[in-house]
Design a protein. Structure first.
Length: 329
């Protein structure tokens, strides 16, 4: 079942680290008295056209001025996440040029420069941070790795009349490679950890009128008890559901469903969520970490949109590396 109208993700990002960056302005000198031409006639200037000021740069990146753009991060320093969670930065204003952001950022995995890319999209949940910048590799993060982000953008241009007012760093850890494969044909959920078998659960997915999204989804949050509300006429409910693991913004969870035990493992009858037996749901809840991967096939539903949570992996690498909302080329 879907949990519509749910609490949204809490922003875990880092606070800004500085004030607006320095703005370098071109200045000119002026003198007193008349200007003279080659013939000595007063009142005529021989200075020629005023040269265009050279744009100010830092490390080859354009400095900016104007409206401040603040950056916050989803991840926290020292925290551990699953292999599927991209680095997520939230921007307080819609930027018009991504080149300085991308040029300044440096990502290392286990101390080695990473070969990933940034993708920009409208924020699905934060009105005061309207743009999200996501960074990922072409494949999932390597398991048991360390990831370092340096984002020294303070003072750099974010487009005409826009300037970043802070810079950030992040040191996070990647945990075990936990992947759950959910198949609507077999009604099974097979879980592996570092490629070794962990669980094999029966499930019930979304019925034909409310199918579960297909594609790759990432664990977003966990709630030991989650209130789920549906206001659809004829299907309305307001219940507290134990062992709930969120995988989309729009309300898909993997959760306990004691009321649906007769269908779990044999047919899909939910409102879109992945229903588990109570003990299985508790085991998965205790096992899962934020950023773990869930891969859905044969659900009868459309592919999860990239913006509906962390559906980044549902975009091809060619599309991803193009930059999205603010093209990189």
């Amino acid at each position: 079942m879907t949990g519509q109208g749910m609490d949204r993700r809490r922003l875990l990002g880092l606070a800004g680290l500085g004030a607006a960056g320095a703005v370098l302005a071109a200045c000119s000198k002026s003198g007193s008295g008349a200007a003279w031409n080659a013939g000595g006639s007063p009142g005529a200037s021989n200075a020629g056209p005023t040269p265009t000021p050279t744009p100010s740069t830092r490390d080859g990146l354009l400095l900016g001025s104007g409206k401040p753009v603040h950056v916050r991060l989803y991840q926290s320093d020292g925290a551990t996440y699953g292999v599927g969670l991209p680095i997520i930065a939230y921007l307080s204003t819609t930027i018009t040029d991504s080149h300085t952001f991308i040029g300044a950022s440096k990502v290392k995995v286990n101390g080695t420069p990473a070969e990933g890319a940034w993708y920009f999209q409208k924020s699905a949940i934060y009105a005061d941070y309207p743009v999200e910048a996501h960074y990922r590799l072409q494949d999932y993060w390597p398991a048991h790795a360390t990831v370092r982000l340096d984002l020294p953008v303070q003072g750099l241009s974010a487009g005409d009349g826009l300037v970043y007012d802070n810079g950030l760093t992040l040191d996070m850890n990647i945990g075990a490679k936990n992947v759950s494969k959910v198949d609507g044909h077999t009604e099974r959920m097979i879980v592996t950890s570092d490629d070794a078998p962990k669980f094999n659960f029966p499930v019930s997915l979304g019925k034909a009128s409310t199918p579960t999204f297909s594609g790759v989804k990432v664990v977003m949050e966990k709630n030991a008890v989650k209130e789920m509300i549906n206001t659809t006429p004829g299907e309305a409910y307001d219940i507290k559901v134990p062992w709930s693991v969120r995988i989309t913004n729009s309300g898909e969870f993997i959760h306990s469903a004691a009321w649906n035990g007769g269908n779990i493992g044999s047919r899909s009858t939910s409102h879109g969520c992945t229903n588990l037996n109570v003990s299985d749901a508790q085991n998965f809840f205790n096992f899962a970490q934020i950023g773990d991967v869930t891969e859905y096939t044969n659900t009868g539903g459309a592919t999860m949109p990239s913006w509906d949570g962390y559906g980044d992996w549902n975009l091809s690498w060619a599309t991803w590396s193009g930059g999205g909302l603010i093209p990189t080329k």
